[in-house]
Design a binder for this molecule. Structure first.
Ligand SMILES: *[C@@H]1O[C@H](CO)[C@@H](O)[C@H](O)[C@H]1NC(C)=O
Ligand SMILES: *[C@@H]1O[C@H](CO)[C@@H](O)[C@H](O)[C@H]1NC(C)=O
Length: 517
């Protein structure tokens, strides 16, 4: 009796989401991705859970509650930094989307493998530790789904750029190419005929690229590092839920299957006090401040001289103050109204009422943060999903765009002037911000709730749509289409035959009649 009782107790405890053991795998060696993964895992630790995170960076600011173990992949971060320095990041603006996605896939294959090779990761895999759930960033690093099968735990995916083809494919989410633009194309949701044609062709291309090139590569890595019996393609389509870094206030409204959950904005913290010098600078700039940052991957200090000069001249002319994220010690020809910072607390800066415009590359984090704080935007998109975001910013009326290719003193000056003089942009930014904040519960609470939900139920296969298990030709109803077409063709043929026979009979009898008369 006692053993039965303690067994029951054990079952109850192991299925309780209070203080669960959670593994997070966030291997993408780019700061913006880490910020998202780390925020989610810290949010879960604050909720009292025991968290382990595998990532290329570490955070010295530990959560107050729960426990937080960091497995830092220094070597992956260093390798990325080496590659980043080797290539000219700003040349990426010229890459067409086909070259870009192929290039990204190869980069991902490299860090997927580097992560698994790491001695620290190998040690964890061999440690015999148990986890109640494994959360993995979904960034085409599909071999990492082996972490879930290895620890025999339900799998949650976090998509750092919201719903797109490499998430939709895994959960059979419908994304009609007639109105859902691909993340790497610069279309809005209202597409012209030629845009729809390009969007559809690019989608088919991506689909084939993943199935014929990306997945087989990942499968090979998976088979090498997780020879545990669960086949790669079984693990690939087995996500319990997908957490999406998006929200309809920051992205196009699109359809979601029931296991896709919007948590866009979850990384945003309540505003903190600014460092003293920044506080003084922003408080003292009654004429208004333009905040300029190209994010963490694109560094303004690496801008080609012509583009840099365009920014310098534009800023030198304005009466406003400029706060500029500049990654070097000195900026040659720094105008008097410009203050530099190698690293700037962006969220807290955007929260300051004197910040009037944010000049940004239009990355998703920056876009989300500016919407949160209702600050109008001048987007200078360079690559990746930035053109898509810029297009939406312009369409939603809270900003303007100067494409990286078109950066010049005239273009920047003219757009900045329009942004500052026409109150409609600030008004629309405030309106967006209201849409962003109007939710039943905050995005972090939503995220924590759903992670605990998956733990409580030992997975969430009941949320999966049956489409996941259909082969593509059944999903697209090609078999049904072929059946309908064949039936139709056959019926037409029979009809034709019957008509022909009747005709010939008729004409025969006519001829006979004529003969008889
Ligand atoms: C800390 O975690 C426990 C669960 O282990 C929870 O009950 C408590 O509310 C958490 N404290 C805070 C301050 O969030
Ligand atoms: C899929 O996930 C569920 C829930 O975690 C698990 O029970 C099942 O074994 C997994 N299937 C595969 C093929 O990994």
């Amino acid at each position: 009796m006692k053993t039965v009782f303690s067994f029951l107790l054990l079952v109850i405890i192991s299925h309780d989401s209070k203080c669960a053991k959670i593994l997070g795998v966030f291997p993408v060696p780019a700061r913006s991705h880490y910020i998202l993964g780390n925020s989610l895992m810290k949010g879960l630790a604050e909720g009292g859970h025991e968290v382990t995170i595998i990532a290329p960076f570490v955070d010295k600011n530990l959560p107050k509650n729960g426990s937080y173990k960091q497995i830092e992949l220094t070597e992956v971060a260093e390798e990325h930094e080496r590659r980043r320095k080797e290539m000219k990041m700003f040349d990426m603006d010229d890459m067409n989307p086909i070259v870009f996605i192929t290039f990204v896939l190869d980069w991902i294959t490299a860090f997927t493998e580097h992560t698994l090779k790491s001695s620290k990761v190998q040690k964890l895999l061999k440690s015999g530790e148990k986890f109640d759930v494994v959360i993995i960033e979904q960034f085409m690093n599909d071999a990492h789904k082996g972490f879930a099968t290895h620890f025999d735990a339900p799998m949650i995916l976090l998509s750092t750029i919201g719903a797109n083809i490499w998430v939709n494919m895994l959960v059979a989410n419908p994304a009609p190419t007639s109105y859902v633009p691909d993340a790497l194309l610069s279309f809005s949701s209202q597409m012209t005929f030629s845009e729809r044609l390009t969007n559809t062709a690019y989608n088919v291309f991506s689909y084939l690229l993943f199935h014929l090139y990306g997945f087989p590569k990942q499968a090979k890595i998976y088979d090498q590092y997780f020879p545990n019996g669960v086949p790669f393609y079984g693990a690939l389509y087995n996500a319990s839920i997908v957490l999406l870094n998006s929200h309809f206030s920051t992205s196009h409204p699109v359809p979601y299957v029931p296991n896709m959950i919007d948590i866009g904005g979850f990384h945003i913290q309540p505003s903190k006090k600014l460092p003293q010098d920044l506080q003084k600078f922003l408080d003292g700039s009654k004429e208004g401040v333009i905040y300029f940052s190209l994010g963490s991957n694109f560094r303004s200090s690496e801008l080609p001289p012509k583009k840099l000069e365009a920014f310098l001249n534009t800023f030198a002319k304005t009466k406003m103050k400029i706060l500029w994220k500049w990654e070097e010690d000195v900026l040659p020809g720094q105008p008097k109204n410009v203050k530099l910072g190698k690293w700037l607390p962006q969220q807290d800066i955007l929260a300051h009422p004197n910040v009037k415009v944010f000049v940004t590359h239009g990355g998703l984090l920056s876009t989300t943060e500016t919407i949160y704080h209702g600050v109008p935007v001048l987007a200078v998109p360079i690559a990746a999903d930035q053109r898509l975001n810029a297009r939406r910013i312009v369409k939603d009326g809270f900003g303007l765009c100067v494409d990286y290719k078109e950066i010049s003193e005239e273009a920047l000056t003219q757009k900045l002037r329009e942004l500052l003089n026409n109150p409609r942009y600030a008004r629309n930014a405030k309106k967006r911000s209201k849409l962003f904040h109007d939710r039943l519960v905050g995005p972090m609470e939503t995220a924590v709730y759903w992670v605990e939900y998956v733990i409580r139920h030992g997975g969430a296969s009941h949320l999966k749509v049956a489409g996941v298990d259909l082969p593509w030709y059944k999903y697209m109803l090609l078999d049904v289409g072929v059946c309908i077409l064949t039936t139709l063709a056959f019926s037409l043929y029979v009809l034709y035959k019957i008509t022909k026979t009747i005709f010939s009979l008729c004409s025969k009898s006519k001829v006979q009649k004529m003969k008889h008369s």
